[in-house]
Design a protein around this ligand. Sequence first.
Ligand SMILES: [Zn+2]
Length: 196
Amino acid sequence: MLLYKDIIKDDNLILREKSEPVSLPLQQEDIEIIEKINEYLINGYNDEIIKQYDIRPAYGLAAPQIGVLKKMFVLLATDEKGKVHHYGVINPKIISHSEEKAFLPQGEGCLSVDRDVEGLIHRHKRIKTVVQLFNFDTKTVKEEQLKLEGLVAVIFQHEYDHLFGILFYDYIDREKPFYIPENSYSVHIEQKNEAK
Ligand SMILES: [Zn+2]
C-alpha cells in the first residue's frame, strides 16, 4: 500500500522528466501501478485509514509522482455540482480548450510539494480530452472523450502537467502572484471558504 512517504517530492529531478506513452494492450505491471495510485486516492477519503497510516488526501496522483515515467494518472474528485468524477487516465491528450480560464481561489497543492506555495494558477476553464480510460472493474481500457470543466478540468490539467515534468508553481506570476486576468474565474469549492 502506497503511503505519503513513498511519493516523490519536488527536490527529485525525476519529476521534471517527460513520461513515455503506455503501451497497449496494458501490461500487468502497468495495471498494478494504476491500481496502486487509485488505492492511495481512495484511502485519502477514509478518515480511519488516514488516522492509522501516513496518507494525505488528494484529488489526483500521477505515475511520475511514484517514480514511474509513464503517461498515467488517476483523478478522484467531486465537482461543483456534487458529481463524482473518477477516472483512470492513460495516454491523455487535451485536444481543445476554452479561452476562458479558471483558478482555485486558495491556490493549488500537490502531494509532491510539501509546503504551501502562495499564488494563483490560471488554467483552461473547459477542456476536451481523449484518453484511454481504465476500467477498474474489468481492468481494460477504452478510448473516450472527456469534456471537463471547472474544478475537474483544473485537476486534470495539474495531473496532465506531471506527465511533462511541469509543476503547478511554474505558472505562478512571481511579480503578481494573485493577479486575476479578466477572463479567469474562481472555482467554487464547497468545503472551503473563499479567502479574500
Ligand atoms: Zn501534483
